[in-house]
Design a protein around this ligand. Structure first.
Ligand code: GLY
Length: 225
């Protein structure tokens, strides 16, 4: 599926996604509301759901709420879900898209460095249950992923570091040149190059082992810590 990396693309989502239908736009309270609005403004029939920020929202209750919202608004298999946020939003919205009517189109607009370089591609969608992360979910690939580096301007420094740590992990495991690029300093000045390099690693691993029967486990290196 296409992965578009383009500054300002958030405001042109309709040129990359088919939004001329009912669209469930899922976001969270930590994401500037203007981002989901920019997407909703380009949909013919948007329904925006804003969840509380944080992993605590990745619950069966919120999964049910998203499915119910789609039912109440008459969504059919021809409609779609767009995630605008970090990994939590993508995982939950993606799982709702994977399950509603046995699967409707899912688009992802990741808004953190971490979700731009990791969770937005590869098709892992899930919720947490009984304190166990991602224990109910699916492999469900998005129709397309839109990465707009401009949205990182509002990201707190801690979240920036969190994402770059994931890039460092990918560089250490796969790409000496990417590691040198990080070590040169000022990574945010070259963030598009960094995102692209990290995504190439992720895409190659997922293409080789989509369902994590072996190689893909390397992507989890460091996650438990
Ligand atoms: N985030 C690890 C993976 O996608 O496999």
């Amino acid at each position: 599926y296409p992965i578009i990396i383009q500054r300002g693309a958030l405001h042109r989502a309709n040129t990359h996604f088919d939004l001329q239908r009912k669209v469930l736009v899922v976001t969270d309270s930590g994401v500037p509301a203007a981002y989901a609005k920019a997407v909703a403004d380009r949909c013919s029939e948007p329904v925006v759901v804003t969840l509380p920020q944080g992993e605590g929202s990745k619950t069966i209750r919120n999964f049910e709420a998203l499915c119910r919202t789609m039912l109440e608004n008459g969504f059919t298999r021809a409609d779609c879900v767009v995630a605008v946020g970090g990994g939590m939003v993508g995982d939950l919205a993606g799982f709702a898209a994977a399950s509603f009517m046995r699967g409707i189109d899912f688009y992802n607009i990741p808004t953190t460095v971490l979700s731009q370089v990791d969770s937005s591609i590869g098709g892992k969608v899930a919720i947490d249950m009984d304190g166990i992360k991602n224990c109910v979910g699916a492999f469900y690939q998005p129709k397309a992923v839109l990465i707009d580096p401009d949205v990182l301007k509002t990201l707190p420094a801690r979240q920036m570091a969190n994402g770059l740590a994931e890039v460092a992990k990918m560089a250490v495991t796969f790409d000496e040149d990417l590691l040198a690029l990080l070590e040169a300093g000022h990574p945010m000045d070259r963030i598009e190059e960094i995102i692209l390099a990290a995504l190439k690693i992720k895409a190659a691993v997922v293409a080789a082992d989509e369902k994590e029967s072996g190689l893909r486990r390397v992507l989890n290196f460091g996650h438990t810590i």
